[in-house]
Design a protein around this ligand. Structure first.
Ligand code: NI
Length: 168
């Protein structure tokens, strides 16, 4: 297993649209394991392949509460079938460090995806899980949650990140 470097905004690779996964081989399984390790280490509740520079429609998630047993979830070629209850939810991203903002999300949705062996499954999600699914699918389309903010707010965040990189 290996920790993978997480790309940071404004890396242009975070803006690329990922391609569907078609091959379910050992190297895909290795990538999934490495992504889980990287996500837990960060720590975060979700990580998209695009965030580690792999342009495949793949994300890993674990939205279990802190003291509960892990709920490892693999999303491959995910699709939202239905969504409802638009609300504002506080959000952050491992590629946009030290920033949290409220963005509009659907509180409920139904998603279809493939598991790590290529078998289709469907889930109904609400709350944090629904939010994380939308966030990760956005990553696979080259979108970041800060895209939902006003340009003034986004520029403030960009400025802060530029400053942080200068002192680092
Ligand atoms: Ni993210």
């Amino acid at each position: 297993m290996a920790l993978l470097p997480i790309l940071q905004h404004p890396d242009p690779r975070l803006r690329q649209k990922a391609l569907p996964v078609t091959v379910f081989d050992a190297s895909l399984q290795q990538l999934i394991e490495d992504m889980f390790e990287t996500m837990y280490d960060a720590p975060g509740v979700g990580l998209a392949a695009t965030q580690v520079g792999v342009m495949l429609r793949l994300a890993v998630m674990d939205c279990a509460p802190k003291d509960a047993p892990p709920e490892r979830q693999v999303l491959i070629n995910p699709e939202i079938l239905e969504s409802s209850e638009r609300i504002d939810m506080e959000e952050g991203c491992l590629s946009v460090p030290d920033t949290n903002e409220k963005v509009p999300r659907f509180n409920r949705l139904r998603m279809r995806a493939l598991d790590r062996n290529g078998t289709p499954y469907e889930i109904e999600a609400e709350g944090l899980l629904a939010q994380a699914i939308q966030h990760e699918i956005d990553h696979l389309d080259g979108k970041l949650y800060i895209d939902y903010l006003s340009s003034v707010k986004r520029e403030r965040i960009n400025k802060k990140l530029r400053k942080q990189r200068q002192v680092a």
